[in-house]
Design a binder for this molecule. Sequence first.
Ligand code: NDP
Length: 303
Amino acid sequence: MSNKEDANTTIVSPIYHPISRWWSKETVAIVTGANKGIGFALVRRLAELGLTVVLTARDTGRGLAAVEALKNKGLHVHFDCLDISNQNSIEKFVTWFQQAFGVVDILINNAAVSFNELYENSVEQAETVVRTNFYGPKMLTEALLPLFRRQTTAARILNISSRLGLLNKLKNPKLKAMLLDEENLSESQIEEMLNLFLKDVKNGTWKSNGWPQIWTDYAVSKLALNSYSKILARRYKGNDEEQISVNCFCPGFTQTSMTGGKGLHTADTVAAIGACLALLPVDELPTGKFFVIGSSNPIYSKL
Ligand code: NDP
């Protein structure tokens, strides 16, 4: 796979051999928050590789403009409006999707928000951040689970996450112990943790209770997403009837609106890697992993 030079980092794709093509035009991928940034680049990459791709966006105008931009490059993708923070929008989308496609092979939960500039740490919008970045992907995933293709190619969920939400950013020992106990960790424990965080925000006590210190609300939402991904991976691991792999991918500091255009990587670079991860051949497809792009090592995954 190709090397691509960014401003400061040489990034190598995780795949050291040409992708062995297991997919076809019948393989259906959904990408959320795909009118711009990494989501848009992921849609383009997957469409270039010949999959059927559904580009979703919360704003119809912005979504259709993105579809048009791809059309101008000779790529045909499908569109439907999807606000992941809104249960009604999810239900409408899933109904439309079921009628239009019936099955899904790949779900990339990409949409997310942060309301902070790079060096700010306001938690004023904590509720929206948690609802969008954690409950959004969770609600969508749960609604789509019955539609995943049950076949030997294995369905895939790739959650675009952040290393800001890794466990080492959490200093609260009790919560850390709870999240580390992966065998027993439950969804309700994750939600209790989020309630505790939002309560701390409301009470103005969030700075002293061991929460991550950078982009705190965003980091907590991604911490919850990473933990939920592990639970989901565990649910399907070793299940031959229902093969669904669930992994997280941190693209690293990437030039998008979220970072005010700053970053070490372009959206296209990380989308190329993200697409490779979503398209790993079934015999190399892990589950429950957290992938990050490394500068010296091409990519590594943390348990
Ligand atoms: P952008 O801000 O460029 O894109 C975010 C996308 O999410 C936009 O399309 C936005 O839509 C959409 N979105 C936001 N809220 C919703 C919602 N409720 N429903 C549907 N779509 C929504 O950010 P990036 O491309 O950088 O981010 C993509 C992913 O990568 C995110 O998960 C982010 O956390 C992650 N990431 C990014 C990093 C970076 O350095 N850029 C680093 C680590 C992780 P709209 O245009 O309507 O606002």
